[in-house]
Design a protein around this ligand. Structure first.
Ligand code: ZN
Ligand code: FE
Length: 257
């Protein structure tokens, strides 16, 4: 199956154009801006079949209205959030986006926002601002407990699942991952590769669930080295993985690489 196409938007957003089994049709994931999407569709001769939104933040949905005006396509989005233009509200277990011939299963992954969803299909996961390469989204509406559970669900997808997140935050995330686990050889090797890609102007995305499990500190809360690093922050008892996650998330919030 063809690769998903990255459309750059704003400073560091990626809007994904995702082919399915029907030639020439793509799903548009998280269109924060319509103009670069229309330009990419036009340049490649692609026809949009549907829109998939992961959560309500403007940098993921502000292009929906213009795309719908232009193409009159169905728009899937989390039922638990109010997103103008959504025609197909979805929740855990629903099927979305089969217009391209490739159905996506909806996973509820609250934490960054209360209703955040991910779309899983064809060996890919579109996870918006929940799981980033080597990092995770901030807790704007949900709790650390919710976000940790959401990340664990994503971590349990098949290891070869390709991870398509919505921002190029990889190098900054890796600087933090290195601070948490300075001796993790997988992190250091991954960072060398990511630096090379960025130097060439290439996205570091997609990643894989397998790589995330070996480098992403937020998925590694049960690793002794990660627990020791969290304990060194002196924030009290770390009796659960979610408590370790909460400490890491606060640490990252004020981390200056
Ligand atoms: Zn967001
Ligand atoms: Fe975002």
């Amino acid at each position: 199956m063809d690769e998903a196409i990255a459309v750059h938007a704003f400073r560091d957003n990626y809007i994904w154009l995702v082919p399915g089994s029907k030639p020439g049709l793509v799903a548009i994931v998280d269109p924060g801006d319509a103009d670069p999407v229309m330009a990419a569709l036009h340049a490649r001769g692609l026809t949009p079949a549907c829109v998939l939104c992961t959560h309500h933040h403007g940098d993921h949905v502000d292009g929906v209205a213009a795309l719908v005006r232009r193409y009159a396509i169905p728009v899937y989005g989390p039922a638990a959030e109010s997103i103008p233009g959504v025609t197909h509200p979805v929740a855990e277990g629903d099927i979305a986006g089969s217009e391209t011939g490739e159905p996506y299963r909806v996973l509820a992954v609250p934490g960054h926002t209360r209703g955040h969803v991910a779309y899983v299909g064809a060996g890919r996961v579109f996870c918006g601002d929940t799981l980033f390469i080597a990092g995770c989204g901030r807790l704007f509406e949900g709790t650390a407990f919710q976000m940790h559970a959401s990340l664990m669900r994503l971590a349990s997808l098949p290891p070869d699942t390709r991870v398509y997140c919505a921002h190029e935050y990889t190098l900054a995330n890796l600087a933090f991952a290195r601070a948490v686990e300075p001796d993790n050889a997988a992190t250091l090797a991954f960072e060398r590769r990511a630096r090379r890609l960025r130097a060439e102007g290439q996205p570091t995305i997609p990643g894989t669930i397998a790589d995330e499990r070996s480098i992403n500190p937020f998925l590694r809360t049960s690793e002794p080295a990660v627990r020791r690093a969290a304990a060194s922050r002196g924030e009290g008892s770390l009796d659960t993985d979610a408590a370790v996650f909460a400490v890491l998330r606060r640490w990252k919030d004020d981390f200056k690489g």
